[in-house]
Design a protein around this ligand. Structure first.
Ligand code: SF4
Length: 424
């Protein structure tokens, strides 16, 4: 059997569903008797994103105060919203009031029996309009709310997220094809009930389902695969350069991050955004002139809303009197002496996890602090990005010093081992 057609000789989908509905369906709901267009419309709007049990007391209070379109249209919006309070999604309450005014003014207080006209009312989409007309007037219109999408996607094994136009179009076509010729009000309630009570999102009760015989997902043992989930949005990707500035006395430069933005207020290695000149950044922000020595393999860090690729750039401080003369101790910078015993001190500074991870790998410093977040950093590579053999670190571990702040500056030029890689 194809995904869209019932097998020949099968009892129609609608017949089986209606037979089940007659025994198990919800046919005592307050908007079902009397089943006026006003009451059906009110219930359909209230039921958007809200469960039946929650809606019932609100519905009863609402119809007791506003029994028809005209009384609701004449009401003050504040009173409408006060009665709506607690149902959430307050735009629905405002739309309800606006729609009642349209019905009162355009249709003399009577719901039009016309799909386009109903769909044009504030807060009423295609499926809601169809449900209103089917239940209020027995009109032959298909619905496709969230529950029905799930039922049909499983029953016909329709792959793809129903939020995409192509999949939705297919589901609408199936929903229309399955419609019976009679009992449209009951059928509409029945297929909604099936989705709400048996074909539920997490625990479908297929063994009790009236349409299980030809449910493709069930027969294939693939119910959990349908409907396909909404595709996760790819996180934006950013690149930056992590600046490891070393002086000749075994210290590295840390800066305090601005209070807002990533790692707000934390101490970190300086970070140059993509396209930003590391040389200029260090000179202007820290009064340091550098000689780039080596580019190390990039690693990634996942933030909630984006991924950051950090490429470490090892730099040495240049002996430059003009610049050195400008260098003073600044509250947003510190020089940290690295040693083999620096782990806890490094962790105590509160460095961002990926920066701490990078430093602990770079200097083989064990640390008990977490060094990665959602995306584990790759193991440190000792090869430079150019594939050349790595240069020896210019920072010599000093057994006498721990990770304490230092104001020392190198006035020595970098040694001959520097690779001279400049940031792009
Ligand atoms: S058999 Fe299971 S998956 Fe298929 S429609 Fe029924 S409840 Fe849903």
């Amino acid at each position: 059997m194809s995904g869209d057609k019932p097998a020949a000789g099968e009892r129609p989908f609608a017949d089986r569903l209606l037979a089940w509905f007659d025994i198990h369906g919800r046919n005592q709901l307050p908007w079902q008797s009397p089943r006026s267009a006003y009451r059906v419309w009110l219930s359909e709007v209230m039921l958007q994103q809200t469960q039946v049990a929650t809606v019932i007391p609100y519905f009863e209070r609402f119809v007791a105060r506003f029994p028809d379109f005209n009384s609701l249209a004449a009401a003050d919006i504040d009173e409408v919203l006060a009665l709506w309070a607690g149902l959430g999604y307050y735009a629905r309450g405002r739309n309800l009031h606006a729609a009642a005014r349209q019905v009162a003014s355009l249709y003399r207080g009577e719901m039009p029996n016309d799909l386009e006209a109903v769909q044009a009312l504030p807060g009423v989409g295609r499926s809601t309009a169809a449900a209103i007309l089917a239940q209020a007037f027995g009109a032959r219109h298909a619905i496709l709310d969230g529950n029905v999408k799930r039922v049909l996607a499983r029953h016909a094994a329709i792959a793809g997220w129903p939020g995409t136009p192509k999949v939705a179009e297919r589901l609408w076509a199936i929903s229309e094809r399955l419609l019976p010729q009679t009992r449209l009000a009951d059928y509409t309630q029945a297929i909604m009930d099936l989705g709400a009570t048996l074909c539920t999102a997490r625990a479908p009760a297929c063994a009790r389902c009236p349409v299980a015989d030809d449910c493709l997902a069930y027969r294939a043992g693939r119910v959990a695969e349908f409907p396909s989930p909404k595709p996760a949005r790819a996180r934006p990707y950013r690149r930056a350069t992590l600046l490891l500035v070393e002086n000749g006395q075994g210290a590295i430069l840390l800066e305090r991050r601005p209070p807002t933005g990533i790692w707000g207020g934390l101490w970190s290695l300086p970070v140059a955004a993509e396209g930003e000149s590391a040389d200029q950044l260090l000179r202007q922000r820290h009064g340091v002139r550098i000689e780039p020595l080596d580019t190390l393999p990039a690693f990634r860090h996942a933030f909630t809303h984006f991924e950051l690729e950090l490429t470490p750039l090892v730099c040495a401080v240049i002996d430059d009197d003009a610049v050195a003369g400008e260098v003073h101790e600044r509250p947003d910078q510190r020089w940290l002496t690295i040693s083999a015993r620096s782990g806890d001190a490094l962790a105590g500074i509160g460095l961002p996890a990926p920066v701490l991870g990078f430093l602990s790998r770079r200097y083989a410093i064990p640390t008990s602090a977490p060094t990665s977040a959602t995306d584990p950093c790759p193991a440190p590579s000792t090869a430079s990005s150019s594939g050349k053999k790595p240069k020896a670190s210019r920072v010599r571990p000093s057994p006498a010093t721990s990770a304490s702040a230092s104001t020392s500056r190198s006035r020595k030029k970098p040694g001959p081992t520097g690779s001279r890689t400049r940031p792009g």
